[in-house]
Design a protein around this ligand. Structure first.
Ligand SMILES: [Zn+2]
Length: 268
């Protein structure tokens, strides 16, 4: 879109720091996009939506995710140097610069050691309910973005701390949950955890004349040709998931029906 910069500017980073932050930010956008897409598809009526946002309307949370995906990032800066000295404090992995510069975030050395890629979701003992939201680059950077006024217009805030309080907030104060920082993190993480690997069962009954190749969709090589009739089961990883469904819509004309979509495992 004209005049919008969606890539976040970085400064003071060496090559390996830059690489980690860039991958982390790319995963942040993926995380927010998954969350947004779920709500766009199911509105405020899905079980998982009700779990985290209670009975509140979904306009506000959709916007909170969308601004991370598509909003202008021109005025903000992520930096890898240590301008305020806070990275010298034991245990600090990064910080918002606050009064020193409200649109800047510093990433400290500890982040490069501790933060994980979403690719390790459901691995190394991780569960959504028992691990901190700062386990992953994506959810940690989501937090840091929401502290920048040009991203959240000072509206997303800390109303609940930790998984238990987040679930409580959805019950007691659902209108706060849609701009609660931890709620936005947990909801998005649970999306990814549930979508990690799904089993897709398809009923394939081709009456069309064209052969269809499933390689690109599932990584499995299977080809259906004229007069095939069968039930196929695929395991589709979450990175393939959305594009698979989009492709399947196009495949309806070939006589394919989705019989079921089941999560194979999840780490809630
Ligand atoms: Zn915070």
């Amino acid at each position: 879109m004209l005049g919008i910069r969606t890539v976040i500017p970085l400064s003071g980073c060496n090559v390996t720091q830059r690489r980690q932050i860039e991958l982390g930010l790319a995963e942040t956008v993926l995380l927010a996009a998954h969350a947004r897409d779920h709500i766009l598809r199911w509105s405020n009526e899905s079980e998982i939506y009700r779990k985290y946002f209670g009975n509140s309307p979904s306009m506000e949370d959709i916007g909170a995710y969308e601004v991370v995906v598509s909003g202008d990032k021109n005025g903000i800066l992520f930096r890898s140097d240590n301008p305020d000295g806070n990275c010298d404090i034991d245990g600090w992995a990064g910080h918002w610069r606050g009064e020193n510069d409200t649109e800047q975030t510093v990433i400290c050395d500890l982040s490069y050691q501790a933060r994980r890629s979403l690719a390790t979701m459901c691995a190394i003992g991780y569960t959504v309910s028992e691990f901190g939201t700062n386990t992953f680059w994506a959810s940690d950077l989501l937090h840091r973005l929401y502290h920048l006024p040009s991203i959240d217009q000072e509206w997303v805030n800390h109303h609940a701390d930790g998984y238990g309080e987040v679930l409580n907030l959805a019950n007691q104060h659902p209108m706060l949950s849609t701009h609660d920082l931890a709620t936005l993190q947990y909801f998005a993480l649970e999306q990814v955890a549930r979508r990690l690997i799904v089993i897709l069962t398809l009923e394939v009954s081709f009456i069309a004349t064209e052969a269809v190749n499933f390689d690109a969709m599932t990584g499995e090589s299977r080809q259906a040709s004229r007069s095939t009739q069968d039930v196929w089961t695929f395991q589709v990883t979450h990175s393939h998931f959305l594009s698979s469904l989009l492709r399947l819509t196009a495949f309806e004309m070939f006589g394919i029906t989705i019989l079921s979509i089941q999560p194979m495992y999840q780490c809630l």
